[in-house]
Design a protein around this ligand. Structure first.
Ligand code: SF4
Length: 359
């Protein structure tokens, strides 16, 4: 490969020889103007791993409640109990949201002040009883940590009980950006800090529960903080090995307005490519169509992404933050997004077992 930015050539040499990239390499990936060079590097790595396969899943988001004891400054979703716009689902309502054909249910919500842990346990058990074939991916490490803060249930016990109720895997939210500076500035010191977030994922991995990881970017973080976040995840994956997918989440401006406008598509594409290159031990990198939009998602499939998430049906967290995408997409639209990029759509389940190849 030849590069407009010659500083990428040693990075290419490292990639070819299987040498791990350093923090300085990461800073270069986020700093170079040679976006197309970056894309070629990331696409090379992605293609070595997955060929032209790109995954999606027929899934259903369930947000049990947006009532939350915290008030993170980037969050447009949370409400206080009884506040206009707050909602709380009954277990019956949650079960009723799952229909035939859904393979994965994704459950994430606010830190409710008084729902007991048993309520969550019963909700999973009820969904599992009615839809035993549906894989349940539920509760971020921040929520698992909250169950300890609120009810003194240790993460290992919480995860063991939730798994007995039907939990199969965990989503990657609640990581935000691993930065004490930002936790103070954006008022998320009340949730699991980086050590605790990683500890909980490590516990899940030791129990055989696969998990995802995220990074909220495009607000007031520095590029160095992004690199450090990615390297912390890489270290945790070295230690516990159970991460499946990394999902960069572009901050939605909504009414929280930490910055005047959403970060541009080029920044999202750069972040996806740098993630693919730095996270050499993560099986999958996702271009989450909800926060990127359909066009950028398609392009991102040439920047190292091999997954676009799924049909979602009723995504709430990003949409309450102002995401302009639809709240769900049909399978045919996901297939078209992947085909338009010249890739092969692979319908998967929550654990990346292949359900169907769509040519
Ligand atoms: S990001 Fe999560 S923890 Fe923070 S206020 Fe919103 S719902 Fe609550």
């Amino acid at each position: 490969m030849r590069f407009a930015d010659a500083r990428l050539e040693p990075v290419w040499d490292k990639i070819r020889s299987g040498e791990r990239l350093t923090r300085d390499d990461g800073l270069l990936l986020f700093g170079t103007d040679d976006l197309l060079g970056l894309a070629r590097l990331a696409d090379h790595v992605k293609s070595q791993r997955e060929g032209d396969r790109v995954y999606f899943v027929i899934n259903r988001h369930i947000t049990p409640t947006n009532v939350c004891v915290l008030a993170c400054r980037f969050c447009d979703f949370a409400r206080k109990k009884g506040e206009a716009g707050s909602f709380e689902y009954s277990i019956e309502e949650m079960v009723g949201l799952v229909h035939e054909g859904v393979r994965e249910v994704h459950i994430v919500g606010g830190h409710h002040p008084d729902w007991p842990f048993e309520y969550y346990e019963r909700a999973l058990a009820a969904i599992h009883a009615v839809h035993p074939g549906v894989q349940i991916k539920a509760f971020t490490a921040a929520e698992i940590d909250y169950f300890y803060r609120r009810w003194k249930i240790e993460p290992k016990e919480a995860l063991t009980r939730l798994r007995a109720a039907g939990l199969q895997s965990m989503p990657g939210g609640g990581a935000e950006i691993f930065s004490a500076r930002l936790a103070r500035e954006l008022k998320y010191t009340g949730k699991a800090d980086p050590d605790r977030w990683c500890e909980i994922h490590g516990i899940a991995h030791s129990l055989g529960i696969r998990t995802n990881a995220t990074m909220l970017y495009g607000h007031v973080e520095t590029l160095a903080e992004r690199v450090d976040h990615l390297l912390r995840l890489r270290d945790q994956q070295d230690a516990s090995g159970g991460f499946l997918t990394f999902i960069p989440l572009a901050y939605q401006v909504g009414t929280t307005k930490l910055v005047p406008r959403q970060t541009p598509p080029t920044d999202s594409l750069r972040t996806i490519a740098a993630s693919r290159l730095l996270l050499d031990n993560f099986p999958h990198i996702e271009a989450y169509w909800v926060v990127l939009g359909e066009d950028t998602t398609s392009v991102a499939l040439h920047f190292g992404a091999d997954d676009i998430n799924g049909t979602l049906e009723d995504e709430r967290i990003q949409h309450m933050a102002g995401a302009q995408t639809p709240a769900g997409l049909a399978r045919a639209q996901l297939i078209r997004m992947i085909s338009d990029a010249g890739k092969t759509p692979i319908e998967r389940d929550a654990l990346y077992n292949v359900v169907q190849v769509w040519n």
